[in-house]
Design a protein around this ligand. Sequence first.
Ligand SMILES: Cc1cc2nc3c(=O)[nH]c(=O)nc-3n(C[C@H](O)[C@H](O)[C@H](O)COP(=O)(O)OP(=O)(O)OC[C@H]3O[C@@H](n4cnc5c(N)ncnc54)[C@H](O)[C@@H]3O)c2cc1C
Length: 474
Amino acid sequence: MYELVVIGGGPAGMAAALSARENGIKDILILERDKELGGILNQCIHSGFGLTTFKEELTGPEYAQRYVRMTLDENIEYMLNTMVTEVHGIDEDKDNCIVTAMNREKGLFDIECKAVILAMGCREKSRGALNIPGYRPSGIYSAGTAQRYVNIEGKMPGKRIVILGSGDIGLIMARRMTLEGAKVLCVAEIAPYSGGLRRNIVQCLDDYDIPLYFSHTVTKIHGKKRVEGVTISKVDENYNPIPGTEKKYECDTLLLSCGLIPENELSRAAGTQIEKSTQGPVVNENLETTARGIFACGNVLHVHDLVDNVTKESVIAGQKAAAFIKEGIKDWGEAHPVKIPSKEKNTIPEDMDRSCQMICIRCPNGCLLTAKKGVDGEYEVSGNLCPKGKEYAINEMTKPMRNISSIMSVENGQGPVVSCKTSSEIPKGKIFEVMEMIGKTTVKAPVAVGDILINDVAGTGVDIIATNVMDKEG
Ligand SMILES: Cc1cc2nc3c(=O)[nH]c(=O)nc-3n(C[C@H](O)[C@H](O)[C@H](O)COP(=O)(O)OP(=O)(O)OC[C@H]3O[C@@H](n4cnc5c(N)ncnc54)[C@H](O)[C@@H]3O)c2cc1C
């Protein structure tokens, strides 16, 4: 018997468990189906996480590791490689919630608890859900699957790539595959705008001259055994392909990045009401679902673009679940669908004067900056919401700089690669030289976050540091 069981050990699950502990709950158990805590963040090796929570820009594994550390420091119990198969809330027949799970050691087992927090995250829409006609050759991956292969398994899914969908995952994977030596031929987006951040269009596509075609979709996949090519076509305002606009690309891989769906099979089976617009459970103001004693937070509730918002919401779920456990069942009012901010519709302005205008990549705001030399020869910058924007614009006009995140081979490690990044920015022109050095280097396990893996990489004065832990095998 536990006071609280949290399903999912991603950022939402860990933040909710820590918050419940802070609010007086002692017996907490996190159940995670994967072999480690951290959720999707373990494969998101790029930076862009934690600007609100930690006031610094971290990579996904670094953000996850901070929460893993706190979870360990608080002695919160967790079970890995454990899949939850069923959840029941409190009802007339049962005073407690029941969670059914399975793992290799215990087989199928039930856990009784006073409350449950659902934090199972979301999954990508599959090809089947997208209705692309044609055969089913190999070489078609969801962008997240490809991300896992490259960033965790150290394997490349292909060499010549077309990406369908310009949400952040698609954009980030376009850069990632390019950095690892693949040719990304284009990103096709069915909408006339991108659901991804403007700064990602700049730093993931523009930096590498990868074309982004709005109002385009894949209309044919060529090849029977392996993808041999992809045809994309322009679409009209109803998203119907326009005949005569077809363009064929010879490629071996198609990555699909066409949206995420909250992972709610368990929630549905538990009888919670699911909201059509979010595909997540309907919750009351305390994040309790319509099943008594079952709370929800993070991507399982609705898809969040920023992990900082996931953390904020999960802290509330932890607090409210703690209050529920300590104070007993309360009438907390009507459940209602979560109100989510409308999705951004981003484009790079077509009339942007690239000789003096740019999109700032310093934070998700993506300000449109103008930098012009004044009479004194100094740059005057406008359009920036913060001083970082001014500094970025001046650098961009004089010596463009970028941070790089990648992976490095590991000897004797529990996994084949460890994630790493530049300790500070390097000149943009040095990116591929730095990538070559990273590609040629192998480190020995164990590796800790912050370990220097390459000193003064490619003569930049910048180090390559580890962003994740890699323990020794066995
Ligand atoms: C590719 C990608 C790029 C992103 N880039 C950024 C970015 O640059 N900046 C940013 O701030 N945010 C970014 N995000 C968003 C952010 O990472 C997510 O919103 C956040 O990680 C969601 O946290 P979560 O805990 O809800 O879900 P997850 O991290 O998905 O964790 C859910 C966990 O639940 C486990 N689970 C699921 N079902 C079960 C079950 N039945 N039994 C046991 N365990 C289960 C899963 O294994 C997983 O570990 C990105 C997201 C993705 C997918």
